[in-house]
Design a protein around this ligand. Structure first.
Ligand code: PMT
Length: 405
């Protein structure tokens, strides 16, 4: 753990006194610890004791000009290797599960690109209440790690689950959490394509699609977190790139292919971009005018290069080529055929039709995929795109471990 850094968020609860011991244990082990003390947390421990133990400034105010000029809240949330919430109150869990950012602690939790470990502490009935159960389920599905709560007598006199894990248990959980990412794909280079391509018709119009890039960005993030040197080649999207990947922005399919080829050789290619199969044969240099009495223009399309197929048959072919298949019907049979037609090792198939509520995988937060290889086919349950990414990266890691042995 020596040399690692932790951002500790201290929520408001009687167990907050144990977070002081936790800091002491972390500092003893050479872990640099910065703390955010919530307003409620400051009712239980003082900023002075937290500052004395961490030997760092204690952060508590989202709107502090001084803090923001020293270290903005986004940077604060990302500078650490791990974010630990101890005690994690029902309030902090609920805010993160609901995506609320109403103070520095909840904002840092939403803005972080690092793993989060929570040590819940609350009254047993609160812990068992349907809404806290819901929050805990959502957070677990989103990849938040938990330590505790333990069973025992509570400060309020009741007995049951709700006591915060002991500082040494939290230290062990931190050690495990810090060990999860990082080394499995060290020394591997990964290429990920994400987002849509836009194929110009004239300077203001293009042919495109609804891909948001969320799935591909999550995959790039998960690969980088597993230690791979990751290049993310992205069409135009609105989301921020993970901080630890190299981002190459492109607009058209032909630019995306050139950017991929420029990054070869690579070990892993994951092609999740929604590349336009066709482009307008001619892109006009000036805006096509609508003129009275003239018929609507006829746009002739020509085929774009197939980037996945090109990389799968390239002289410098990556060792593992993973394509995606976006289907609206016969998902498995179309995706299986696509895998062999394009020469990919694996295909991740997803159904991109709109469900009854008008939601679709393209642009949405969740995905339900099937992993198709030459020898097996697995259907995964619906989950957050970040979880799909992490699970895919676990398979990639396993694949390289199996082929090495
Ligand atoms: O971006 P999000 O909003 O998070 O949505 C995620 C997603 C739905 C876009 C993603 O999960 C997905 O399915 N990506 C593939 C979209 C697609 O173009 O599928 P396809 O079945 O048309 O293409 C099959 C494969 O060939 C894909 O790996 C695609 O990247 C690749 N392809 C397609 C055409 C082309 N000209 N070149 C390609 O490389």
């Amino acid at each position: 753990m020596r040399g690692k850094s932790v951002l500790l968020i201290i929520g408001g609860g009687i167990a907050a006194y144990k977070s002081l011991d936790l800091i002491r244990r972390l500092v003893e082990r050479g872990v640099k610890t910065r703390a955010i003390l919530t307003r409620a947390g400051a009712e239980f421990v003082t900023p002075l004791s937290v500052a004395a133990l961490t030997a760092e400034k204690v952060y508590s105010d989202l709107f502090s000009l001084t803090d923001e000029s020293e270290m903005g809240h986004i940077e604060l949330s990302r500078a650490a290797d791990l974010v630990v919430v101890a005690p994690a109150t029902a309030d902090l869990m609920g805010k993160l599960a609901a995506g609320l950012a109403s103070d520095l602690a909840s904002t840092a939790l939403l803005a972080t690109d690092k793993r989060i470990l929570m040590a819940p502490a609350m009254n047993v009935r609160m812990w068992q209440s349907p809404s806290v159960r819901r929050s805990a389920d959502i957070l677990a599905r989103d990849g938040v790690l938990f330590v505790g709560p333990n069973d025992g007598e509570m400060a309020c006199g009741e007995f049951g689950p709700g006591r915060m894990a002991e500082p040494l248990e939290i230290v062990t959980a931190i050690e495990k959490a810090l060990a999860i990412p990082g080394s499995a794909l060290n020394g591997f280079k990964a290429l990920v394509t994400a987002g849509p391509t836009q194929e110009p018709l004239d300077p203001v119009r293009f042919l495109g699609n609804r891909s948001s890039g969320k799935q591909g960005y999550a995959i790039a993030d998960a690969l980088a977190s597993a230690g791979a040197d990751t290049v993310l080649i992205s069409g135009p999207v609105e989301i921020a790139a993970p901080s630890h990947v190299k981002l190459v922005r492109v607009t058209t399919a032909r630019e995306m292919l050139a950017a991929c080829e420029a990054e070869l050789p690579a070990d892993i290619a994951v092609m999740s971009a929604a590349v336009a199969d066709w482009r307008p044969e001619f892109a006009m240099n000036s805006k096509i005018k609508k003129e009275a009495g003239h018929a609507a223009p006829v746009v002739r399309l020509v085929e774009n290069p197939d980037i996945l197929a090109e990389l799968a048959h390239h002289q410098k072919r990556p060792r593992l080529v993973v394509g995606f298949a976006a289907e609206t019907d016969d998902v498995l049979s179309h995706a299986t055929a696509k895998r062999s037609r394009k020469g990919a090792d694996w295909i991740v198939a997803n159904d991109v039709s709109t469900n009854g509520k008008g939601e679709t995988v393209m642009g949405g937060e969740r995905n339900q995929v099937h992993l198709i290889t030459a020898t097996k086919q697995e259907s995964w349950p619906e989950m957050a795109k970040a979880d799909v990414a992490r699970r895919l990266v676990q398979h990639i890691t396993q694949h390289f471990q199996d082929t090495a042995s």
